[in-house]
Ligand binder design. Structure first.
Ligand code: ATP
Length: 208
C-alpha cells in the first residue's frame, strides 16, 4: 500500500472494494458524478454510512452535486492498489479449489491465482482454468516471493501443517476455507471462511 495511505476504520476498509466496483462501472459508463443516495441504492449501504466513509477519504460531496466519480475512482484504485496485481497460490485442488481456479478473480479484482498445489497425481501437471497445478512436495521450490496470498482448500486435518510450511515464504495473507482454526505467525494475516458455518448462520437468522 502507499506510504501516504490514510488510516481508516476496518469496517470502512471492508466496504472499499464494493464502492470501487460500482464507481468503476459508473466511470466506464461515462458518468461524472454520483449522489450518496444513488450509491446507497446500488451498494445497499445506508447513505449516512457512505457519507461518513467517504469523509475519511477527504471526499466531501457537495449538496446538489454529489461526488466526483473520477476523484473517487482515483482514490479507490490507489487505496486498493489496483495498479498492482496481487499474486495468489491455491493449495488443494478439490471441488472448491477447482471452482476458484475457474473463477476469474481478476475481472473485478486486483488478485490473480498464479499457481496451485495438490498431492493427487491425477491433478499434478495439469492446468485448471489456465492455472498450473504443481506437486505439493515442491512447494518450497516453486512458490516464489511474488506470491503474497494463499488460499487453503485442503482437508481440515492437513491445514495447519501446510500453513507451517508457509512461514518462511513471503506470504502476507491466508484465506482459509477449511473448518480448521489454524495459527500463523504475527506477520501473516489470516481470514477464515467456513461456508458450512455461514450457511448455518443464515439459516438460523431465517428461523427467527
Ligand atoms: P472440497 O473440500 O474442495 O470440496 P474434495 O471433497 O474434492 O474437496 P478434499 O478431500 O476436501 O476433496 O480435498 C481437497 C483437495 O486437497 C483434493 O484435491 C486433495 O487431493 C487435496 N489434498 C488432500 N490432502 C492434501 C495434502 N496433504 N496436501 C495438499 N492437498 C491435499
Amino acid at each position: 500500500m502507499e506510504s501516504e495511505q490514510i488510516k481508516i476504520p476496518q469496517a470502512t476498509a471492508k466496504r472499499l472494494p464494493l464502492y470501487y466496483r460500482f464507481i468503476k462501472n459508473l466511470s466506464l459508463s461515462g458518468k461524472q458524478r454520483v449522489s450518496s443516495a444513488e450509491l446507497s441504492e446500488a451498494v445497499k449501504v445506508d447513505s449516512a454510512t457512505i457519507r461518513r466513509d467517504f469523509s475519511y477519504f477527504g471526499a466531501l460531496g457537495k449538496k446538489g452535486y454529489g461526488y466526483n466519480v473520477n476523484y473517487l475512482l482515483t482514490f479507490f484504485s490507489k487505496a486498493l492498489n489496483q495498479h498492482e496485481v496481487m499474486k495468489v497460490a491455491l493449495i488443494g485442488v478439490g471441488n472448491l479449489g477447482t471452482a476458484f481456479l475457474h473463477y476469474n478473480f481478476i475481472k473485478n479484482n486486483n488478485t490473480k491465482i498464479e499457481m496451485a498445489f495438490d498431492i493427487d497425481p491425477m491433478k499434478i501437471g495439469t492446468e485448471i482454468g489456465g492455472v498450473p497445478v504443481y506437486n505439493l512436495d515442491k512447494l518450497e521450490e516453486i512458490m516464489n516471493d511474488d506470491i503474497q496470498i494463499v488460499i487453503l482448500t485442503v482437508p481440515a486435518q492437513v491445514a495447519q501443517s501446510i500453513a507451517d510450511r508457509l512461514k518462511d515464504k513471503n506470504i502476507r495473507g491466508i484465506l482459509n476455507f477449511t473448518p480448521a482454526r489454524i495459527s500463523v505467525p504475527e506477520h501473516i494475516r489470516i481470514h477464515h471462511i467456513d461456508l458450512a458455518v455461514e450457511l448455518q448462520t443464515l439459516a438460523y437468522f431465517l428461523q427467527q
